[in-house]
Design a protein around this ligand. Structure first.
Ligand SMILES: [Zn+2]
Length: 79
C-alpha cells in the first residue's frame, strides 16, 4: 500500500514533494565525555532519509538556507 507522506520544512513550512532534492535532517544530541557535569549539546545534520524523517526528534529542512536559519536560532538559544 502506498501512502502519501507529508513533511514540511521546520523553518519555512514549505511542503516536501517527491521531486524536491536537497532536503536535510537535523537533530540535537548530548555529547558525552565533556569535563564536569555540563550538558554538551551538539547539532547533527544528515542528508534527507525517508526512514529517519519519521523520527520524532528530527527537524526537516528544505535546503542549505533553512539549515543555516535553524543553526542560527539554535546558536542564539543556547545558554
Ligand atoms: Zn525551509
Amino acid at each position: 500500500m502506498a501512502w502519501t507522506e507529508s513533511f514540511h520544512c521546520d523553518v519555512c513550512n514549505k511542503a516536501k514533494d517527491e521531486a524536491t532534492e536537497d532536503w536535510w535532517l537535523a537533530w540535537t544530541e548530548t555529547v558525552s565525555g565533556a569535563p564536569g557535569d555540563a550538558e554538551q549539546r551538539a547539532v547533527k545534520l544528515t542528508p534527507w532519509n525517508n526512514f529517519l524523517a519519521h523520527s520524532a526528534e528530527m527537524r526537516h529542512l528544505c535546503g542549505a538556507r533553512c539549515v543555516h536559519t535553524m543553526l542560527d536560532r539554535w546558536m542564539m538559544a543556547k545558554s
